[in-house]
Write a protein that binds this ligand. Sequence first.
Ligand SMILES: Cc1cc2nc3c(=O)[nH]c(=O)nc-3n(C[C@H](O)[C@H](O)[C@H](O)COP(=O)(O)O)c2cc1C
Ligand code: SF4
Ligand code: SF4
Length: 379
Amino acid sequence: MMESFERFGLIINDTVVRTPIALASMAGIVDADYALARAPHIGAAFIGGYSIDERTITAAREIARAGERKEFLYDDPVLELTTQMNRMKGSDIVLGLNLRGSAPESFGAIADALGDSVVYEIDAHCRQKPMTDAGCGEHFLSHPKELLNVVRTLKGAGVTVSVKMRAGVAADDRMLAKKLWSAGADILHVDLMDSGIAKLRQIRNSCPLMLIANNSISSFDAAKEMFSHGADLVSLARKSDKRTLAGLDAAITRYTDEQGWYNSPKQLCRGGDIRALTFCCMPVKDCPLIPTLKRIGMTKEEFLALKLGSGKNTPLEGGQHTCFGSLVWCCKMSSPCMFRDMTLQQENLTGKEYMRLKRELSDTIMGRVFHDVPHDDAG
Ligand SMILES: Cc1cc2nc3c(=O)[nH]c(=O)nc-3n(C[C@H](O)[C@H](O)[C@H](O)COP(=O)(O)O)c2cc1C
Ligand code: SF4
Ligand code: SF4
């Protein structure tokens, strides 16, 4: 697991994530056995969705009766979920439970009964009418106050919280992301549907939460596109066959071992998210950096001091023959540059180590940008 941490640096619910690939839930299909069968190729699994109160259990029965969709059916959700959790014991998969509940108390009661060893994922995604009529699934995206209350209730129980949502459904995804952050959510699991990377970048630029990108990600190119626009993990549901997962895992691992930073952003001027400030030049020209700094409320002087200060006494401090006199201002390794590469050679740094240092610098910048959690105004 140490190797995985050094490779990806990912921790969820105090557990190292072996690879940034998650299973996304499919009701009636993705359970503990389904996840265990794919264990060598995934880092996390969101099993479910499981209905956890009378209204949603009745809705699940109605959906199953209609015959088009499968559902997990049982009388006692605590018993069913305990059975699933016990099956996963001993596995290194980070386990999340995708839950459908119609009231904050239902989620609170489940968390009290099952404890903090799993991630609680609120299903704000399901579009099946009986579920939305029961006040869960996508209903939450048009009733964000209710969703925020569920998050607060779960956080009150001291557990890790993920919100599974579709992008482009809530009135304002950026605002929702901020509010979920301030209510205490830990993970946003976003089905990007047709909205794609622009939406992902918006959400990445709105909050520091862990982001799982979802929908039609079945190739390395698709995953890389998500990683370079802000995703920490990608998740798969329909294409979560072993062959696809194994190929994806191998390609992501190979890329990371070669490049050093598996989800490095594109440069800001090529459409990257704000993590890309780590690759930005000194703020001396008219380019996308200036409006970005304005948007995040940082002056040029603060940006200058932040980058130079963070690079001090690190190998990024050097680089007098580079454009701006220090590697802290230098570009991503994928942009060819002999001046940077000469400096790296002099400093005995590999390209991979350079990218790891840029990741650390990016983490510092993100820590500063998202230093102040917005006030949770209970709405
Ligand atoms: C049959 C089926 C059942 C699903 N059930 C759930 C569910 O219970 N909860 C949930 O959050 N998402 C559910 N989803 C949505 C998936 O987790 C995922 O967001 C969606 O399929 C897009 O990702 P994909 O392209 O990797 O399949 C379901 C999807 C399918 C196809
Ligand atoms: S500062 Fe440099 S890298 Fe950043 S947006 Fe401007 S030109 Fe691009
Ligand atoms: S020296 Fe090369 S890598 Fe560094 S800022 Fe200039 S062009 Fe980019």
